[in-house]
Write a protein that binds this ligand. Structure first.
Ligand code: JFZ
Length: 457
């Protein structure tokens, strides 16, 4: 399937996701809540797509494409032996783990998910079961995942791994229509007859290394759509990884739970995965009753492309974050570092902008739950936590009058989160706030309401 096709089925995907993460049915709800706690509180994380594909950076033999950078082996139809030749030129001398983690931390991000192995099969850590890895196959010879894991611990950021099930390099797999873009409807990544067990053993060996040596808090699987991977395989892998580290979190893409589940009652069956992963989209009403995380790019690629300048504005990114959290989800925002080991400057600038907003307003997002209103708020979004309601005003009212739908509980106080100035209000059938004429923050100004008793409705 092309990524375009996959995106077209967004509605279906949303339905499927709802049914999905009833995983770990044997686990008591309180235990599951405890395991999910840090992740639910975190709300904002950094996704990092970094691998050999950063070397061609979206261009091969003069050919550019609208396709995503980390798929270049597929869309440029690069033979395995040719793609391998990127390794001897991959020397990310400017990679600085402390700086990457600092960039994430300053943005207000609480965790980081990095590609340990993408579809191209190249391991970005020192694997003992393959020589197709950054330590054995490149002049760099160091293990950046070791440095990142250590640095995350030092700076108090939670460290996590992405891992692709589909593998274009492993000899067990092949693209069934050579000369055609893999997954484009004509070329699919198939499993050679009788070799699946060998590959599953290989994956499990790599996952054992990743979990035991780097202690990731999440394993974020992907590439599970290939026809030779089943829901049962997913559940087996889920159990395997939880067996290595019981407290770990695993996304839905470990199994097939997000496909073909329309009409299935989620209590009837158990699907692998702890949280849903809507991609490049924000589900309009969230995914009630399900933990979820939207992963999104800042431009139009995950892996670095030297000519993709289609950057979203800082305002759009900040409002996406607020929108997602107001609907009960997490935001996993991607950066695609270069082959030299640097996060592109436009990404760094946007993250710094987000960090400036978060430094003042982060309290309104961390550890909060979805807004209590079923109706859309014309002027912005809302979140809630500990008897407080946070109003995020995107469109500041010209007359200074902000109308908030009724909530259960009496509003005790209203104040601006930035600076703490109190805001005059009345509460009758709804809440009417009298705001200053000028928006304190053109992107999103936050007003905090203290609600009597437990708050919310
Ligand atoms: C996958 C990868 O193929 C891609 O390279 C990137 O890593 C991204 C985060 O994940 O792409 C997908 C996966 C799922 C969908 C679409 C693209 N989907 O469910 O619509």
């Amino acid at each position: 399937m092309t990524t375009t096709c996959r995106r077209l089925s967004a509605t279906a995907l949303t339905l499927l996701l709802i049914a999905m993460p009833a995983a770990g049915a044997q686990e008591a709800p309180a235990d599951r809540d405890a395991r999910m706690k840090w992740w639910r509180d975190a709300r904002f994380g950094m996704f990092i797509h970094w691998g050999l594909y950063a070397v061609p950076a979206g261009e091969y033999n003069g050919k550019r494409s609208k396709e995503i950078g980390e798929w270049i082996m597929s869309w440029a139809n690069i033979p395995r032996a040719e793609y391998e030749k990127f390794a001897p030129t991959f020397n990310p001398a400017r990679f600085d783990a402390a700086q990457w983690v600092r960039i994430a931390k300053d943005a207000g991000m609480k965790y980081l998910v990095i590609t340990s192995k993408h579809h191209d099969g190249f391991a970005m850590y020192d694997s003992g079961v393959s020589t197709y890895d950054i330590v054995d196959a490149t002049p760099y010879r160091k293990d950046p995942m070791r440095a990142l894991a250590d640095e995350c611990r030092r700076q108090g950021i939670t460290f996590a791994f992405y891992y692709s099930i589909m593998d274009w390099h492993h000899p067990s797999q092949y693209v069934d229509a050579p000369g055609k873009h893999a997954e484009a409807g004509h070329g699919q990544t198939r499993m050679r007859e009788g070799r699946k067990q060998e590959y599953v053993d290989y994956m499990k060996a790599q996952l054992r290394e990743l979990v035991t040596k780097y202690d990731p808090a999440v394993l974020w699987f992907d590439g599970e759509w290939v026809d030779w991977w089943t829901e049962e395989d997913g559940q087996d892998l889920y159990r395997y990884v939880r067996g290595l580290k019981p407290g770990i979190l695993i996304n839905n893409r470990v199994g097939k739970g997000r496909k073909g589940m329309e009409g299935l009652n989620r209590t009837d069956r158990v699907y692998a995965g702890d949280f849903g992963t809507p991609e490049q989209q924000i589900p309009a009403s969230g995914l009630p009753g399900v933990d979820w995380e939207s992963c999104m790019t800042m431009n139009d690629t995950w892996g670095f492309k030297h000519y993709d300048e289609n950057w979203k504005s800082s305002q759009a990114l900040i409002r996406n974050l607020i929108d997602i959290v107001s609907k009960g989800g997490n935001y996993l925002l991607n950066v695609g570092p270069t082959a030299q080991g640097e996060i592109p400057r436009p990404s760094v600038e946007r993250l710094a902008d987000m960090g400036r907003w978060m430094a003042v307003n982060g309290e309104s997002l961390y550890g909060t739950g979805a807004m209590p209103f079923t109706e859309q708020l014309a002027w912005g979004r809302a979140t809630r936590k500990d008897g407080k309601l946070y109003l995020h005003v995107f469109d500041w009212p010209a007359d200074g009058v902000l109308l908030v739908p009724q909530i259960h509980g009496k509003v005790l106080t209203a104040r601006m989160l930035a600076g703490g100035a109190s805001v005059a209000f009345t509460q009758t059938t709804g809440i009417t706030l009298k705001l200053p004429v000028k928006a304190p923050d053109p992107i999103a100004s936050v007003i905090v309401l203290d609600i009597e008793s437990s708050g919310g409705r």
